[in-house]
Design a binder for this molecule. Structure first.
Ligand SMILES: C[S@@+](CC[C@H](N)C(=O)[O-])C[C@H]1O[C@@H](n2cnc3c(N)ncnc32)[C@H](O)[C@@H]1O
Length: 192
């Protein structure tokens, strides 16, 4: 990983290709989803952020083994560190799949969709940009629906929230939850 990561590491906005759709995945875990969507969409470009070293190593390995997939850059840390350096309307879409649920009420402010972070995500999206959220934590799903509505920044367009989108890519994390009997919810928010 040490030798290949620098080749695929996200450095700055100037290094991104111009005039192509750009997507962000926050917390890509093992990278299965990010790798699959990048492979399916060579016409687009993807940035993925993940501080978990084993997850980064897994995605780096997939990219190394599949050199035809050239459209991914990795930020191997907390994405919030780079938010302020990114311009308004840079992304066409953002994936936030199975964010850490922080189930305790006293940890609620750590949840990724707190209003201040929603403002930041909305700022980074184009005017018709979308945010895809998945969670299998029932409390988080209820909380997210409420706080996303309260900010007035989004409209939720997923018709059946328990039915995955048609082109859905599952991950080990999602499969583990399904085996444990957890029920995923899928929300597609379009920026107002
Ligand atoms: C529950 S896991 C889900 C992983 C993956 N999205 C999936 O569905 O398989 C949540 C991931 O989000 C990452 N994460 C949490 N906060 C983050 C942040 N601020 N920036 C980037 N990644 C973050 C964690 O390290 C963790 O790997």
């Amino acid at each position: 990983m040490q030798t290949f990561l620098p080749r695929v590491r996200f450095s700055d906005v100037a290094s991104l290709p111009k005039g192509v759709p750009l997507y962000l995945e926050i917390g890509f875990g093992g990278g299965e989803h990010l790798f699959a969507v990048a492979q399916r969409h060579p016409e687009a470009f993807f940035i993925g952020a993940e501080p978990f070293v084993n997850g980064v190593a897994s995605l780096v390995d997939m990219l190394h083994q599949n050199p035809q997939v050239q459209n991914v850059r990795i930020y191997p840390d907390d994405i919030r560190q780079v938010f302020d350096a990114l311009p308004d309307g840079i992304f066409d879409g953002i994936f936030l799949l199975y964010p850490d649920p922080w189930p305790k009420v006293r940890h609620e402010k750590r949840r990724f969709l707190v209003p201040s972070q929603q403002q930041q995500l909305a700022r980074l999206l184009k005017s018709d940009g979308w945010l895809q959220v998945a969670t299998d934590a029932a409390d988080y799903a209820l909380w997210a629906q409420q706080v996303m509505q309260e900010t007035g920044l989004w409209r939720q367009t997923q018709k059946d929230i328990h039915c995955p989108p048609a082109d859905w890519v599952t991950t080990r994390y999602e499969q583990k939850g399904l085996k444990a009997g957890r029920v995923p919810s899928y929300f597609l928010y379009v920026k107002n």
